[in-house]
Design a protein around this ligand. Sequence first.
Ligand code: BV8
Ligand code: ZN
Length: 250
Amino acid sequence: MQNLIQAAADHIQSASRILALTGAGVSKESGVPTFRDVLEGMWAEYDPAELATPEGFRANPGLVWNWYQQRRAMSHTAAPNPGHYALAALERRETPFLLVTQNVDDLHERAGSTEVVHLHGTLAGNRCFDDCQGHPTRIRLFDTPEPGNGPPHCPHCGAWVRPDVVWFGEALPDDAMAEAYVWAVQCDVMLVVGTSGMVVPAALLPGHAKANGATIIEINPDSTPISDIADIRLAGPSGEMLPMLLEALQ
Ligand code: BV8
Ligand code: ZN
């Protein structure tokens, strides 16, 4: 494994532009369950792809709202892990570096990453379900809604308030995807960390980078559809692999 890490470090050392794409796996060691195992207990009988949709919210606004409230509480008590800190340290090196994440938690920011592109929105934000003032109609909640009361209502139009995340079937923010795409086709090294590579269009980014000559370094204990195009696979938890990679750079 050490020579794989050194090979990855050599590519990063000589890179002129580095893109990192992260998924739920990078937050796993912070105790935030990945998307595949996010449903334990009362959620066991629901499919996240059902809950994380406008239809799921319309059918059961209270259930979906409480699911997000629970995930907000979980990500609030979670702490960044060494993998998050290592990515923040990579950003501080002089080589141009952009972190694009599919995650909706704020652990990258709390670890010190300053340029974070959230392709799927963030748990921190809320908006009017009807975007009554135009998309996105962001709503700032002053007091935490009582648990079990279901979603609060938009102060402008009375429609439900929803989390400002991208649900299945919804378009990603144009600016986020455009910036991620430009970096994917221009970077010469792309780190793909903790993602199952199942959700598009985010999962297409490594393919775009590869097609434009980038070296793909995948960090994931399991293999994924992205493993087929990875030049280097560091098969281990990102909380261990990323600090070792950073160490090999110094
Ligand atoms: C869109 C926010 C069009 C919400 C999320 C049929 C076929 C193909 C595609 C589709 C299809 N039907 C529908 C689609 C499109 C759909 C899609 O891709 N579906 C998938 C399920 C097939 N995509 C969409 O709907 C997107 N929108 O296409 O819109 C459009 C265009 C114009 C106008 C209108 C519409 C929107 C997708 C965004 C959905 N929102 N999140 C929320 O979080 O509640 S997605 C959510 O799931 C996450 O954000 C993330 O992106 C995804 C989970 O993926 P991962 O992050 O990879 O996490 P996962 O658990 O899967 O894997 C974790 C990995 O970590 C594993 O590999 C594991 O091995 C690894 N790991 C574990 N431990 C560690 C580790 N790695 C490192 N270290 C460790 N310690
Ligand atoms: Zn409204």
